[in-house]
Design a binder for this molecule. Structure first.
Ligand code: GRF
Length: 206
């Protein structure tokens, strides 16, 4: 199965997908293209170092956000992508894009949704004083971090945690969980009915 990974930053999740899926010839999963909305982000180096095609599509180069989405859609279709994997991608898609790829766009978010959606979930969680947080993998819908939830993992918060400490521990769980969800999707083992998502296999068995 061909996937696209969309990035805006450092790309540690991209790296784990490269290592655990793309570079494992038995996985049946190929990253056909890495798309970034910013030039010169480290995620693009990670793709290039592994011989994966890269494309930069910047919102400011298009007349509006629908046209920006359309440019990404052309790449998705050109590379025959079946699953769009957002990995630190900081742009929201407009409704025509979401409709076209309904239940074929997934995102990873560093909180237990619906708590702490948005751009600064780790800082927001610490500021609120929660004792546990974690990671959510979900399908993308028309709103911010509201789509059907596929999998979640809990991470305890320590009293002494800085934002960086906590994000580092959440990322360990992200790197463990995201490739497993992608693998389940590729195997046709994720069923969606409205908001309800069921998995044919337990993720912990993979
Ligand atoms: C991750 O924490 C992810 O949950 C969030 O953005 C971050 C991306 O990190 N959506 P990286 O670029 O994969 O290291």
């Amino acid at each position: 199965m061909k996937i696209a990974v969309l990035v805006s930053g450092s790309g540690t999740n991209l790296q784990t997908i490269i290592d655990k899926l793309h570079n494992d010839t038995t996985s049946g999963i190929e990253i056909a293209v890495v798309i970034s909305d910013r030039k010169k982000v480290y995620a693009l180096n990670r793709a290039k170092q592994n011989g994966i095609p890269t494309k930069v599509v910047r919102a400011q180069d298009y007349e509006d956000r629908v046209a920006f989405d359309q440019a990404i859609s052309l790449l998705i279709d050109e590379f025959a992508v079946e699953l769009i994997v957002l990995a630190g991608f900081m742009k929201l898609f407009q409704s025509p894009f979401v409709k076209k790829y309904r239940n074929r766009i997934i995102n990873i978010h560093p909180s237990i949704l619906p708590a702490f959606p948005g751009a600064t979930p780790v800082a927001d969680s610490l500021a609120y004083g929660v004792k546990v947080t974690g990671v959510t993998v979900h399908f993308v819908d028309e709103n911010v971090d509201t789509g059907p939830i596929i999998a979640q993992r809990v991470v305890p918060v320590n009293d002494t945690d800085t934002e960086e400490d906590l994000h580092d521990r959440i990322q360990i769980e992200e790197h463990n969980l995201y490739p497993k969800v992608i693998k389940l999707f590729a195997q046709g083992k994720i069923q969606v009915s409205g908001r309800m998502v069921s998995l044919s296999d337990s993720i912990s068995d993979l």
